[in-house]
Design a protein around this ligand. Structure first.
Ligand code: AMP
Length: 956
């Protein structure tokens, strides 16, 4: 027998035709010999057909057998069909001798796990059916019958069929053996594989499917395959994911100009008004330049523009004598397409071009902000004075107008204070005023009121315990009460720019209170009406303008933080920095130090590993920072200032200062030795070797060190993994407290327009824009350190330029989650990178949260997804001319991973389309094992996807 398999639409057939061959004797001759079936050959249409026949009608007790060869069974096919074509001769057509003549024969089967060859044991066969013809063949007319029988419950590797003749005149023309399948199909966007239909013991076979590409489902899609090979009852639908719609059993990207925000069975919708219509496959249409969505607007809605200015502002003096005015105006010509227009009113008193707010006395009815009507009544105005009123139109998107100015303030020369004088003097008070140089007016901008920072202290205070008083004023005059009689005070006043940072040069003057005591003079003195904020800083020493720390540098979240137990003292405030270093650091004799090996290059000279052996103390391993020969006195002082700072700290996660050598020619700083060196290098060298739990433990240590520093009002300004050191128990300690380094010699530093160098990728936007360095900007940097740690020392923002980084951050994009980064950890990073620094978590909050995560490791199990809506565009996502890569090898080359070209080819990943389909698992499976390489390839694919499908998705 030869097996011919024929595939047809619903089932697979095995076709057995009886073929005459030289092996006839092997299979058939035994049967023929024993059981008398005969073979005849016919040729029909060029093919040979064999007919097996038996016709011993004249003989008694016939038991003639014919058996097939071994038929292998597909494992799932437990139910097969046997279709027979045969002829049975009419017994009546024989003469009287054929009284024993029969008109039926029997079908038998026997299961087996192996081909038994020619061995035949009748007893092993089970009867399936008696086959009777529907039509019988007479002497004159040939009638071919076709009968199908089912063989159920097959379980072994194969089976035989056998035909038993018990005295009929039969010719077997063909036998077909087949089983039924439900064909591979796609139903409700789920694809189901070809499935063998069940048998009588499993009438419905449940089959799970998978969603087609770019479709998703909440539940696993399922369907049932019937015994007849038909699919019935699909359960659980797949729907095209956001940015895709259903087209002929597949999900296709939304065309440019269309979007789809959620996974659904709906079609893509037309982009709403004022949106960009350039990209395909978008989740929502980004706003056109100059148009925005309010935070409460749905991302699927239209974008709107900023309202234009209100028109026709008119002041009507209704009751002038009572100091009352009615202001009316018309709505803006262009509402930007919004209906939520409100108005605010601001009153200014201008002298020349210098304007100041009118103060709190003035009343507005119904209110000065949030007005929906185009009128407001103003009262409590003084007669004979000129007032300027500014009416602004606002809408839900107005915040975008101001956001731009927060990050990149229009820089106009800050006002300068020219002279300061005493207007009135008593024994306990001084009234001061000062003059301001006029500010050039920038066209189309509003002149903001100036605020001033006034700092004063007693002139002859013991410099170690000086009390500074800082006042923020809205007016260029102030009266200060409660002063000591006959005492000299030093006053310094400086104008603040609109964002609150000090600008312009300051002026410092000395004034004395009078020595005679005039009772009551101070009592009646006007209260400091214009004092908006009074912050008392207890400082042990004066800060100079070079200071790393400023009052604005400290940001307090609660009253307890207003009184830190111990505050960091800027060594630069000491006139002689050598005094500072001796105050905070222990002097070591160089003979107690043994240098062993160079372990790094510091900014001022080599760093050595060595031994410190102070008499009567145990010897300890130390790192020794040296100052290279040929230094200037300024360099020596800067070098030692790091020790003056470090020496003030004592915390498990801050590098510990052992001491300094200052009294000998070769100055040295000796610190505890950290066996594993800098954290960034260490993680790069151990890429992928630590579980998240351990990485989070490291971050917890760094956060604890930073909490300690922020509690001491110390702002680090250069927090980065390269400045964290790791010891042999993997404890992480914050280091690098060099003062000059941040500003001048940082290798990561980039000069900013305002002077000084800033490590852009680690620095918060407000610190880049206007040097607002605070513990909140350190929190931002901590977020970047978190990313570096979770990405095993990867360079933040890869090879993007500093300019590209700043632009992306300004557009609200952020670094994507590192590979395998727990979602909770990534959420914390995003919190650290909030634009509004007051909303970022404090280091105390960060330590608490990390502790919580470490206490419940389950919280680290959910892995963060790549979210193209917030994630920065990834590097190497396009060819040099910005077009997608033409080949897999070109792409691999661009990410310096050409060594895997063959792996991709062997795995059949030969087009960029194939690449885009790859999941992390697939990359691993084709043989990319090194975690760093795996990451690089996976990130690049994410970037490619981002670019091809959702590049222009609006940032949230
Ligand atoms: P620094 O000038 O502090 O950036 O130090 C330069 C390099 O010296 C660092 O990147 C470290 O590799 C190494 N180094 C500095 N201090 C230590 C220390 N305490 N223990 C081990 N290595 C250190």
């Amino acid at each position: 027998f030869t097996v011919i398999s024929i595939r047809c639409c619903t089932f697979i057939l095995f076709f057995y035709s009886f073929i005459f061959s030289s092996f006839k004797g092997v299979y058939i001759s035994n049967l023929v010999v024993l059981f008398q079936w005969e073979v005849t050959q016919r040729t029909l249409n060029g093919s040979q057909f064999y007919t097996y026949s038996v016709c011993n009608v004249g003989e008694r007790e016939q038991d003639n057998w014919l058996r097939t060869t071994f038929i292998q069974r597909r494992p799932a096919a437990s139910r097969v069909f046997v279709e027979l074509q045969f002829i049975v001769r009419d017994c009546n057509s024989f003469d009287a001798t054929s009284l024993t003549c029969k008109e039926t024969f029997n079908l038998f089967t026997s299961e087996s796990d192996a081909d038994v060859g020619t061995t035949f044991r009748k007893g092993q066969f089970k009867k399936v059916a008696t086959i009777a013809p529907d039509e019988i063949t007479s002497k004159n007319e040939l009638r071919i019958n076709t009968e199908t029988r089912v063989v159920e419950n097959l379980s072994r590797k194969g089976f035989y069929l056998a035909f038993q003749d018990i005295g009929a005149c039969v010719a077997l023309l063909s036998t077909r053996v087949y089983y039924k399948t439900c064909p591979a199909t796609v139903k409700s966007l789920a694809s189901f594989p070809e499935t063998v239909a069940g048998g009588e013991n499993q009438a419905l076979r449940e089959v799970s499917g998978v969603c087609v590409d770019n479709a998703v489902s909440e539940k696993l899609p399922r369907i049932y395959c019937t015994v007849d090979g038909e699919w019935v009852v699909p359960v659980g639908q797949c729907q095209c994911k956001p940015g895709y719609e259903e087209v002929k059993d597949a999900c296709q990207e939304c065309q440019p100009g269309f979007f789809k925000a959620v996974a659904s069975g709906d079609k893509c919708e037309l982009c709403p008004a004022n949106t960009q219509r350039l990209s395909s496959g978008v989740l929502f249409c980004p706003c056109m330049d100059g148009f925005y969505r309010a935070p409460t607007d749905p991302s699927t809605g239209p974008c709107s523009g900023l309202p234009s200015a209100p028109r026709d502002l008119v002041a009507t003096t209704t009751q002038l004598s009572a100091g009352k005015l009615l202001l009316t105006w018309s709505p803006p010509e262009d509402t930007g397409g919004r209906i939520d227009i409100t108005y605010s009113i601001e009153c200014q008193r201008c002298e020349g071009i210098v304007c100041q707010p009118c103060g709190e006395k003035i009343r507005y009815e119904p209110a000065s902000t949030g007005l929906t009507d185009t009128k407001v009544s103003v009262s409590e105005l003084d007669a004979h004075l000129n007032y300027t009123f500014i009416v602004e139109a606002h809408s839900g998107v107005s915040l975008f107008a101001s956001q731009a100015t927060i990050l990149y303030p229009v820089s106009s020369d800050p006002p300068k204070i020219t002279t300061m004088r005493v207007v009135e003097r008593t024994s306990t008070s001084l009234s001061l005023s000062w003059d301001v140089s006029p500010r050039p007016r920038v066209p189309n901008t509003q002149v903001r009121p100036i605020r001033y920072e006034l700092t004063f202290r007693k002139k002859d205070d013991n410099l170690d315990m000086t009390t500074y008083i800082v006042l923020i004023l809205e007016k260029n005059s102030v009266q200060i009460n409660d002063l000591a009689p006959g005492t000299a005070y030093l006053f310094r006043v400086q104008a603040l720019s609109s964002d609150g940072s000090p600008g312009g040069s300051s002026i410092e003057e000395q004034f004395e209170t009078s020595s005679e005591v005039i009772f009551g003079a101070a009592v009646g003195g006007a209260a400091m009406l214009f004092v908006v904020v009074v912050i008392l800083f207890l400082r042990r020493r004066k800060r100079n303008s070079n200071s790393r720390q400023g009052p604005e540098d400290t940001y307090f979240s609660s009253s307890e933080q207003l009184k830190p137990l111990k505050t960091y003292v800027d060594p630069h405030t000491y006139e002689d920095p050598n005094v500072a270093v001796l105050k905070f650091a222990t002097e070591i004799h160089p003979s107690h130090i043994t240098k062993q090996k160079v372990i790094g290059a510091g900014e001022f000279g080599e760093v050595y590993r060595g031994i410190l052996k102070v008499p009567a103390r145990k010897e300890v391993a130390v790192a020794i920072k040296t100052l290279k020969p040929g230094y200037t006195e300024k360099q020596r002082q800067d070098f030692l200032s790091e020790a003056s700072i470090m020496g003030q700290f004592s915390h498990q996660n801050i590098i510990r200062l052992e001491g300094v050598v200052t009294k000998f020619k070769h100055a040295m700083i000796v610190t505890e030795y950290m066996e594993n060196g800098a954290l960034d290098r260490y993680l790069k060298d151990h890429d992928g070797e630590f579980p998240s739990f351990q990485l989070v433990g490291m971050l917890r240590g760094i956060a604890a060190g930073m909490k300690y520093l922020s509690d001491m009002s110390y702002v680090h300004r250069d927090l980065a993994a390269r400045n964290i050191l790791v010891n042999n128990t993997l404890e992480c300690k914050v280091s690098d407290f060099g003062l000059s380094r941040v500003l001048e010699d940082n290798p990561e530093g980039t000069y900013t327009t305002s002077g000084g160098k800033i490590p852009i990728r680690w620095t918060a936007p407000e610190a880049i824009a206007y040097r607002k360095f605070t513990s909140a900007s350190d929190v931002w940097s901590f977020g970047i350190v978190m990313w570096e740690v979770m990405a095993f020392g990867e360079r933040p923002y890869w090879d993007m330029s500093n300019h590209e980084v700043m632009k992306a951050i300004n557009e609200a994009f952020r670094l994507p989650a590192p590979m395998d980064c727990p979602s909770t950890v990534y959420q914390l990073m995003l919190q650290c990178w909030l634009q509004d620094r007051s909303k970022r978590p404090r280091f105390g909050d960060i330590v608490n949260l990390l502790d919580k995560l470490l206490r419940s490791p389950d919280s680290l199990k959910t892995i963060a997804d790549f979210d193209p809506r917030i994630s920065i565009r990834l590097p190497s996502t396009s060819g040099s001319d910005g077009s997608p890569f033409r080949s897999v090898s070109e792409w691999l080359e661009s990410i310096k991973m050409s060594q895997y070209s063959e792996n991709f080819t062997c795995a059949g990943v030969v087009t960029m389309d194939h690449v885009l389909q790859m999941k992390n698992e697939d990359i691993k499976n084709i043989g990319v094992r090194l975690p760093g390489h795996l990451k690089r390839i996976a990130y690049s694919i994410l970037g490619l996807k981002d670019q091809t499908s959702t590049l222009s998705v609006f940032a949230v």
